[in-house]
Write a protein that binds this ligand. Structure first.
Ligand SMILES: Nc1ncnc2c1ncn2[C@@H]1O[C@H](COP(=O)(O)OP(=O)(O)OP(=O)(O)O)[C@@H](O)[C@H]1O
Length: 680
């Protein structure tokens, strides 16, 4: 049968090719076997010729495979490139192809020295990544289509070459990745390596190298490489922006992660990549309303959602996040990208802006008040007499209470006396008490405020109103801690700390001879001046909120805040009655307003009219246009009230009218109805 192939040239040619060739007759008896096939099958030409091919092959091919091949040949079917494992000494893999010419006169069996792929060539060529396979000597034995495109070398140029000649990567010389994978017997992945193409241009690549073993025996290795120019460009962009950016796949695994995020979360990209996003960010939204899940589900962008992350150190980081869906080239959803803005600084600034100081029941955001807060504990700690000055309603009373609360006397009584509210004739017995029989109505002993305040604090409000006749006795009581109740034969002791307050200028009263200088010096040991509300307008919104809360609780009305317009009006109002006036205004609003927000129409009328008629500014002349006598009188009373900080008694004194007359005039001009509290 050899004669059928009597062309010696053909026989010689077949003999030198690297492919094993066996030719059988139609009975599948071997009529030709070339040298490569002899070597591969470990059989001598003489033994093989005339033998049935499957008798020869089954010695080195797994029986089941051999039977399967036999069956196929017998049914006349061709076999192309089936990888088979030869159980010869070298234990190699070969591709077996069996061609049956149409005449079916003979059959050609070819044995390709191949590699143990279970994937067919078609699959490998359609593989998305460039792929090459090397043998143990780093010679390329497989090179797919993508590898051709990426490197510019054809498969013919690549096969048989050493891989470094084709890939020419920056790590080929010293850090050969495939060599490393052989040594470590593991898959190695490297990114940011530059590969040089056939045309000498280069591109950044990611390479995965894997050794190929059969049992313990190293056969070679494969390299998968891809051009990551786009990713590098994107990464460069991502690194150059200040916001944190990361992307996740559909399973919430982090696929990219920029440097800004490392700062926000404390986790490096290395720690984060490949992890589920909730493990890294631990956001306040992770469990309840995961925005990434929502975006993936609804395929819709989500903007500026406020949340916080937990930093690696456990600190809460306030953030604003925007999440967008990510699609592949065919428009299929493949994940999401999230941008993260760190709001820490903004919230620090916001906190700074909304910083409020609170001490006991006093709230403020004014640095002027904060300065007082800072010294108040020390003042409280001392036993010194304190003089609190400030216009009416600025908070002298609550500051006095705060001093008491912070002092070592806090468990003792706090007794307040408004010296202006008690008629001069009664003030002495009110302060010092009396003994039974001291005067006609004195049936039994009555302790005074000094006695009641024993071991605690006595707050003498409006101390400027104390008549001169009583000032000497008061001075003695403060200095010696001893006093004599009316009708007493001997002094009594009272361990009292004095806090005095006034809205008058005591120095002027001293000059005018209406206040004793020695008493003034005695009480003016520590002086606190409370600025009027118009000098700390920043407190207005805060106090409005405070009073709304207070009245909401006590009056049970669902008033939740103040409208911008109403706030604007109050912000530009001068508040001659200070915090007390503001408190009264809000209380008035709680009567007029049903629920929701306080609007301008809920504010007392006089506030809007103040500049026109009711509250002329201090510099406005009384008679700028012709006025009626009544108008002049009304304005004169208002000016006097203003000068006397809205105190009736002082106003009466200045105008030389009685309290009754003033009361009538105020009623006549409707001044009581305007919401302003006028002190006695
Ligand atoms: N900073 C503040 N925070 C909260 N409430 C305040 C503040 N300042 C004043 N108030 C409230 O305003 C009202 C008036 O304050 P307070 O009676 O202390 O003023 P005052 O200066 O003693 O007035 P007067 O001189 O007329 O006696 C009180 O209800 C008080 O609780």
């Amino acid at each position: 049968m050899e004669q059928s192939f009597n062309s010696e040239i053909l026989a010689n040619l077949l003999d030198i090719i690297q492919e094993g060739i066996i030719i059988t007759d139609k009975e599948y008896r071997i009529v030709y076997i070339n040298t490569t096939a002899e070597k591969l099958l470990k059989i001598k030409k003489e033994e093989a010729l005339g033998a049935y091919c499957y008798d020869v092959l089954k010695k080195i091919i797994d029986k089941t495979i051999c039977n399967c091949l036999k069956e196929k040949i017998q049914t006349g079917r061709e076999i192309i490139q089936v990888p088979i494992y030869l159980q010869n000494i070298e234990e190699t893999f070969v591709y077996i192809s069996i061609f049956l010419p149409s005449s079916k006169e003979f059959c050609i069996i070819s044995l390709n020295h191949g590699f143990p792929f279970t994937l067919s060539d078609t699959i490998l060529n359609n593989f998305n990544e460039a792929l090459l396979v090397v043998n143990r000597n780093y010679q390329i034995i497989y090179f797919n289509k993508k590898a051709e495109i990426l490197t510019g070398f054809s498969v013919e140029e690549a096969l048989g070459k050493s891989c470094h000649e084709i890939l020419k990567s920056t790590i080929c010389q010293n850090n050969c990745i495939i060599k490393e994978s052989f040594e470590k017997k593991n898959v190695i992945k490297k990114s940011g390596i530059f590969l040089t193409k056939k045309d000498m241009s280069s591109f950044p690549a990611e390479i995965i190298a894997s050794p190929l073993f059969i049992g313990e025996k190293l056969l070679g290795g494969l390299e998968i490489f891809k051009d990551i120019t786009f990713e590098v460009q994107i990464q460069t962009i991502l690194e150059s922006i200040g916001d944190g950016v990361f992307s996740v796949d559909k399973h919430f695994k982090i696929t990219s992660y920029n440097q800004a995020l490392e700062k926000i979360t404390g986790y490096t990209a290395k720690e984060a990549l490949g992890k589920p996003c909730y493990e890294i960010f631990k956001s306040s939204l992770c469990e309840s309303g995961c925005p990434v899940a929502r975006v993936i589900k609804e395929n819709k962008k989500l903007s500026n959602k406020q949340a916080y992350f937990i930093h690696k150190t456990g600190r809460k980081v306030p953030v604003s996040i925007t999440v967008s869906p990510v699609k592949d080239s065919q428009g299929r959803l493949i994940g999401a990208v999230e941008t993260v803005r760190d709001l820490s600084e903004i919230s620090i600034l916001r906190k700074e802006l909304t910083k409020t100081y609170k001490l006991c029941d006093i709230i403020s955001k004014s640095p002027l008040i904060d300065r007082i807060f800072k010294v108040l504990p020390d003042i409280a700690e001392s036993e010194s007499t304190v003089l609190i000055t400030g216009e009416s309603g600025t908070g002298k009373d609550i500051f006095a209470r705060a001093i008491h609360e912070l002092s070592p006397r806090k468990n003792g009584p706090f007794v307040a006396v408004n010296c202006a509210a008690i008629p001069d004739t009664l003030l002495e017995s009110e302060l010092f008490g009396y003994k039974a029989g001291a005067f006609t109505d004195a049936k039994k002993d009555k302790p005074g405020r000094f006695a009641l305040a024993d071991g605690g604090t006595l707050f003498l409000d409006e101390i400027g109103e104390i008549p001169l006749s009583l000032q000497a006795k008061l001075l003695r009581a403060i200095e010696t801690k001893e006093y004599e109740p009316l009708g007493a034969s001997k002094p009594e002791k009272a361990d009292v700390r004095i806090i005095a307050a006034t809205n008058q200028d005591l120095e002027i009263l001293v000059k005018e001879g209406r206040f004793r200088q020695d008493l003034f010096y005695r009480i003016n040991v520590v002086r606190l001046h409370l600025p009027p509300l118009r000098e700390r307008r920043e407190d207005i919104p805060l106090l409005i909120e405070h009073f709304i809360k207070k009245f909401r609780a006590s009056k049970g009305k669902e008033i939740v805040g103040i409208s911008e317009d109403a706030l604007k009006i109050l912000m530009s109002y001068d508040f001659p009655g200070n915090v007390r006036e503001l408190e009264n205004i809000i209380e008035y609003c709680f009567i007029v307003c049903k629920e929701g927000l306080i609007y301008p129409e809920h504010l007392p009328d006089y506030i809007e009219k103040k500049k026109e008629i009711i509250w002329p500014s201090e510099h406005q002349t009384l008679v700028s246009t012709p006025k009626t006598l009544e108008e002049i009188e009304k304005e004169a009373i208002l000016q006097a009230l203003r000068r006397n900080k809205w105190r009736k008694m002082a106003t009466c004194r200045e105008l030389g009218i009685s309290k009754d007359t003033l009361r009538r005039k105020l009623k006549k001009y409707g001044l009581q109805d305007n919401g302003r509290k006028i002190s006695p």
